[in-house]
Write a protein that binds this ligand. Sequence first.
Ligand code: 1PR
Length: 531
Amino acid sequence: SNGDSVVTLLDYGAGNVRSLRNAIRYLGFDIKDVQTPEDIVNANRLIFPGVGAFAAAMDVLTKKGQVFFVILVEALCAYIEKDRPFLGICLGLQLLFESSEENGPVNGLGLIPGVVQRFDSSNGFRVPHIGWNALQIRKDSEILNDVGDYHVYFVHSYRAMPVHKNKDWISSTCNYGDNFIASVRRGNVHAVQFHPEKSGDVGLSVLRRFLKPKSPMAKVIACLDVRTNDKGDLVVTKGDQYDVREHTKENEVRNLGKPVELAGQYYKDGADEVTFLNITGFRDFPLGDLPMLQVLRYTSENVFVPLTVGGGIRDFTDVNGRHHSSLEVASEYFRSGADKISIGSDAVYAAEEYLRTGVKTGKSSLEQISKVYGNQAVVVSIDPRRVYVKEPNDVEFKTVRVKNLGPNGEEFAWYQCTVSGGREGRPIGAYELAQAVEELGAGEILLNCIDCDGQGNGFDIELVKLISDAVSIPVIASSGAGAVEHFSEVFNNTSASAALAAGIFHRKEFPILSVMNFSFLQKSIQWSLPY
Ligand code: 1PR
């Protein structure tokens, strides 16, 4: 997957392409410069930025007698003819045409019919055309679809005009005295007259779309922590390192809204999945807690993405002495509309026992439910807390080297699993737990982090990396999202399959999200994935 994060750049040295390089790196890609024609042949995607004058560029590319450059041009033409991913920028668009009158006429590569000519300044428009202008989309341009308001930055004196022979190539035009060609596209071959690296968010979106990764879509999951408040209403709440009470005299449970309403909202906003965690499930018996089942029933009437529900999935004997198996609890959740159930505390006990005895009894809730409903229906939710240590050998659990040292200068940490909503630490690490529950039949891991929960400072990359590398089932990174960059950060640096967040959505404090919603977020994640 490594090669997929590399962009090949044909920089023939005629101008300043630093900002393009910066934009590519900003989007999470590495740059390989073309040194030999083979570099073009072997490119996954090739960008040909053009800065400077047509004649000078063509001169460099085809210098007489310089066999190297002739081969380079041949390699470039062959690459484009084979419909390999190509993006020409500015002069990189003009060079595709037959010829240009700039310091010429000078022959171009001749792939697109037409002659590049100077703007006609006699009609009152100043030349060069320098500044922001709107694109008029002519056909499905792939890399220009849905890129904001289509305002992009131009700087050029020469342009190609639409003619009958090149009409199949034109994906957009722009008006500056005349309607010139602003972009062309045929298959995987794209070229733009404007400068995406200078066109703000719209330009970055264009670049991202060209650089699009081949990996499966990264998912964004909205999480609703649900519990009854002191008045007995089921509310969506949100903790600060798992503390969900307001720090006021009344000390009430923080109330962020109604579960069914919010789930519906996040679905409409484009969430890939919705998760409900009944955070007091460890002490309230869920089958006694009918509102939660009711929430699932109502939610699933209007929410058509996977629904996960967790909290309180375990064997239970009620006040009347009647025994309920965890399978019974899970079945009730599935019947009410859940696609997956999530097990927290009970999976910790099961993993501890399995690691102690080495025997799979088949009796744990995890094993029973995954046997009946399939692994894909069983998520294990881990609630770890970071514990700093001086040396890895100080503990029997897997440690990581931390970037930010502990309070006493510790360089290592392990992640202690907790039960009962973080109230009790257990003698098992997140790493050991993750591997054990995979063996016991978990189909997915929801990886929280008590230290990061509600802090908005980003996911615990060290933890997510540790766990996503330790298992082969999908890992959902959770806790700490506070900005769009945090999502791309976790996907770029770990092999998490999804990212779950709560506070950032509830608070609606994040301007881009309130305006442009999940779909935007998703795209920006998608495009910044390097693999
Ligand atoms: O142990 O099987 O009954 O399951 C209980 C479930 O409830 C577990 O999945 C556990 O994670 C969850 N839970 C228990 N107590 C709390 C609490 O907050 N006091 N919530 C709790 C877990 C973590 C995430 C949260 C992310 C993202 N909250 O659900 O949504 O940290 O938050 P952020 O984006 O705002 O940082 P069982």
